[in-house]
Design a protein around this ligand. Structure first.
Ligand SMILES: [Zn+2]
Length: 568
């Protein structure tokens, strides 16, 4: 079979399952993070404040008197994204605080999700956003790697009473990782445990929620700490993080895998595989039939991603466009392509998987090496991290397993205290520790015959020791000028989220295609940080603006930003 030209290849892409396809869209699926109740299960949420298991400090003053610190020791977009805000639509629709749809029906908190279980294994700390008394604990739940809704339990969770009638709630923590107990008085910034995927959860994430019992009959009412066009209550954040729902297309993670890694048929690929994520081989053999690329992304409606596979000489092997819909706000995507033997043996060397804009601007890329035979790096399987909870009596063990099961792999402790030992691949953690605080950490390094390494990250909790030292939660980094619109295109109102790097006079004006001013939304002195405006679709005289294309123009001393608005 002759090698097809790139032109023929791209035409062949129109028939996704044609034998000649070099790069065929394989599948996609929403990131379930999660799409069903992931907060408290019916049994997990205290029905009323009367069910306290530990007595919080007496209520005083008005609820929600504290300002919240960021509840994680990982910043947004550093392996972490917000995939669901609180739902403000009282019926079956969805509406987040900023007028967007980044939530699901009935969601009462905010889901801060890690990109993968590998990041969860490294140990992302959950921190108290506000001070208070530990009032309820859920669990212990031993299984913390849920990626679908099969057999969920209530998981590991913590409720902290703020002392003013408010509660702060942290869900889905990693098994054995919780570092507080009932009655502990915790300051803001105190470590509470590690992010996991226990309970009603489909991705490693922290469901953070605030609420009180101010409803009729002292029933529970959630409180969104984010303020915006659809939540007029004041922000509870010390520094409210920028709205994530209107960011342009971006890649969270991506890679290439072989058919063998998903059981011999790329059609069986699931989001649970993505979440691992599947380890990328160090070398892809020239005899591999199909390879599969995947990426995890966030987008807005109507962004277009161009996926390109390039051969070692830089020429395009295959490409196609994927037009993203509003439903693709947080999603994953995969596509397969023939490497060999259909097109003959593949070219050896460094290939590239690229995701670009339609005009060719690179968004993200990953290279993969094609050589004589497929080789995998060593890897702890299925997890590369675990928490132990010492009980003072039992020696606990973990049998380390490597993937692939290569007898040449050796294991070594790193940063481990004397009460941890390792014999061959069996790790033992002593019944008591000499650690001065509740948490300590160590690692095991796995090395194969070719000196390639992987690391497992361990966490040990000793409840007989004082609380962990407070973690300084870094204030959000200063941000540049930005302007985003959501939803787009829109039939109704549009939320315009903008960020000012410095204080100053600012104006936000909607113009029509001819440049005429239609509506002045903002004019005046504003502080630095995040702001929200709302265009209801009317002009300055209160008349409905006709359908068409408009421009929102933000003028500030720091610069100018413009967004196109499509009104349907
Ligand atoms: Zn949630």
């Amino acid at each position: 079979m002759p090698r097809l030209s790139p032109l023929v290849l791209s035409l062949a892409l129109l028939a996704p399952h044609a034998r000649a396809a070099a790069l065929a869209p394989g599948g996609t699926g929403a990131i379930h993070a999660p799409q069903a109740p992931d907060g408290p299960g019916a049994a997990a949420r205290p029905a009323s404040a009367g069910e306290r298991r530990a007595e919080p400090a007496a209520a005083m003053g008005s609820p929600f008197s504290q300002h919240y610190l960021w509840p994680l020791d990982r910043a947004l977009h550093d392996g972490l994204w917000i995939v669901n805000y609180m739902d403000h639509d009282p019926t079956t629709g969805v509406l987040d605080y900023a007028g967007g749809a980044d939530t699901y029906d009935g969601h009462a908190g905010t889901d801060n999700a890690l990109y993968s279980f590998r990041l969860m294994d490294r140990g992302t700390k959950v921190l108290a956003a506000a001070s208070g008394t530990v009032a309820y604990l859920g669990g212990p739940s031993p299984y913390d790697r849920h990626c679908d809704f099969n057999w969920p339990d209530d998981g590991n969770w913590i409720w902290i009473a703020g002392g003013d009638g408010s509660y702060h709630e942290y869900y889905h923590l990693r098994a054995s990782s919780m570092t507080v107990q009932l009655g502990d008085v915790v300051p803001a910034g105190e470590m509470l445990g590690l992010v996991g995927s226990s309970g009603y959860s489909t991705v490693p994430h922290l469901h953070f929620e605030a609420g009180d019992y101010s409803g009729p009959g002292n029933t529970y009412v959630p409180r969104d700490p984010y303020t915006g066009v659809d939540n007029p209550l004041s922000s509870l954040w010390a520094v409210q993080p920028a709205y994530q729902g209107s960011l342009p297309f971006g890649i969270a993670d991506m890679g290439v895998f072989t058919e063998a890694q998903v059981g011999g048929d790329v059609g069986n690929t699931s989001y649970c595989d993505m979440l691992g994520p599947i380890p990328q081989p160090t070398v892809y053999g020239i005899g591999e039939n199909k390879l599969c690329m995947w990426f995890e992304f966030q987008s807005r409606c109507c962004d277009t991603a161009t996926i390109v596979v390039r051969k070692p000489d830089g020429s395009v092997y295959g490409s196609f466009d994927k037009v993203l819909s509003a439903a693709d706000r947080f999603d994953w995507f995969w596509a397969w392509f023939y490497l060999a033997p259909y097109n003959g043996p593949a070219d050896e060397g460094a290939w590239k998987l690229q995701v670009t804009t339609p005009s060719g601007a690179l968004i993200s890329e990953r290279s993969f090496v094609v050589g004589a035979a497929t080789q995998y790096p060593p890897r702890f399987w299925p997890r590369a991290g675990r928490s132990f909870r010492l009980d003072g009596v039992t020696v606990q063990r973990d049998t380390l397993r490597a993937y692939p099961f290569d007898p040449s792999v050796t294991y070594a402790l790193l940063n481990a205290p004397a009460w941890v030992s390792l014999h061959d691949s069996v790790l033992s953690v002593g019944p008591s520790s000499t650690q001065p605080t509740r948490s300590s950490y160590f690692q095991v390094v796995m090395t194969d015959g070719a000196a390639r390494r992987d690391t497992a990250f361990y966490h040990v909790v000793d409840m007989s020791k004082p609380l962990d030292p407070l973690l300084a939660v870094a204030p959000p980094a200063p941000r540049g000028l930005s302007l985003a619109a959501s939803p787009q295109p829109a039939r109704g109102p549009v939320a315009l989220a903008f960020t000012l790097p410095a204080a100053g006079e600012a104006s936000l004006v909607v113009h029509d295609l001819a440049g005429r001013r239609v509506r002045t939304l903002v004019r005046g002195a504003l502080p630095p940080g995040d702001h929200l405006a709302r265009w209801d679709g009317c002009d300055d005289a209160g008349r409905d603006a006709p359908a068409g294309i408009y421009f929102a123009r933000l003028l500030t001393p720091s610069g100018t930003a413009t967004r196109t608005l499509v009104r349907l």
